[in-house]
Design a binder for this molecule. Structure first.
Ligand code: CP
Ligand code: NVA
Length: 301
């Protein structure tokens, strides 16, 4: 049994194998209707709990569809509707759920909630986003990059905007997949200090994207950020919008990524999101394939 908690705590060889498996899983389904069961049904007889303490479209649907394609069943649980939201400890919740289900995916606020769940569960736990990281997203993003532009090793990835949870998983991936990561954003929204050494900072976005193979951004206000910070963040981040002028400074074949959901024409213009560099909907699709590979890894299937 293996958890999938973060990219920095998963061995690099395992991460590479997961990406390769995701590719195989995707290829095997090419051209089939989306509801077609996978031939090998690796999760037959398995029950998966999907716990959400925050909203979700992609994570929720891609995990649910992925489990069903693999022959398993899911239970989508809202944290607020569970005793978890009314004072039951994470440890007790983990012990109880482990008696019913074979795998737990949780999207939560504090990282400690995820860690407590993993410590006390006797079934694998997958991180579906915390305030600190979003590893499943970045696995899908690496798969997407390599589909379009080949190995990510040695490539230049530029993050423009808030140094948030999605950035943190890119920083972990930079070390494990051996690519160069540049952060461009305002000092108050710098990534957390624990990530130092995994990326370099270039304050001027025009300078930062020179020679970039991939330009990435994300919402300026994450789900865990107070809405009261909205105006201040917009003022701080306006200069880091990914628009056509910025993309023109990257390599000609540079890709543009955004994990979605986006606030169009804030962090990135619609012209970029819908333009020739954009692979945003491939990223969303690859959540499905990458997470199927992650679930198989966790369950040893
Ligand atoms: N990218 C992502 O995790 O999207 P959702 O919040 O819709 O799950
Ligand atoms: N940084 C965003 C990502 C959403 C998928 C958030 O945490 O809200």
């Amino acid at each position: 049994m293996k958890h999938f908690l973060d990219i920095n705590v998963t061995p690099a060889d395992d991460l590479h194998q997961i990406i390769q498996d995701a590719r195989t899983i995707k290829d095997a389904r090419a051209g089939q209707p989306k509801g077609t069961p996978d031939a090998d049904q690796p999760l037959a007889g398995h029950m998966v709990a999907l716990i959400f303490e925050k909203p979700s479209t992609r994570t929720r649907v891609s995990f649910d569809v992925g489990v069903r394609q693999m022959g398993g069943q899911t239970m989508v649980l809202s944290g607020a509707d569970m005793q978890l939201g009314h004072g039951e400890t994470i440890a007790d919740t983990a012990r109880v759920l482990s008696r019913y289900v074979d795998l737990i995916m949780i999207r939560t606020f504090e990282e400690q909630t995820l860690l407590d769940m993993a410590e006390h569960a006797t079934v694998p736990v997958i991180n579906g986003l915390t305030n600190r990281t979003h590893p499943c997203q970045i696995m899908a993003d690496i798969m997407t990059f390599e589909e379009h532009n080949g190995p990510i090793k040695g490539k230049k990835v530029v993050w423009s905007g808030d140094g948030n949870n999605v950035f943190a998983s890119f920083a972990h991936a930079a070390k494990q997949f051996d690519f160069d990561l540049v952060f461009t954003g305002p000092p108050p929204l710098d990534p957390e200090p624990e990530l130092a050494g995994l990326y370099t900072t270039v304050r001027n976005p025009d300078e930062a994207v020179q020679g970039a193979d991939l330009v990435v951004t994300d919402t300026w206000v994450s789900m865990h950020d107070p809405q009261s910070a909205r105006e201040r963040r917009h003022n701080q981040l306006r200069g880091y919008q990914v628009n056509d002028a910025l993309m023109a400074k990257a390599k000609d074949d540079a890709l543009f990524m955004h994990c979605l959901p986006a606030h169009r024409d804030d962090e990135a213009t619609s012209s970029v999101m819908d333009g020739p560099h954009s692979v945003i909907f491939d990223e969303a699709e690859n959540r499905l394939h990458a997470q199927k590979a992650i679930m198989r890894y966790c369950l040893g299937k």
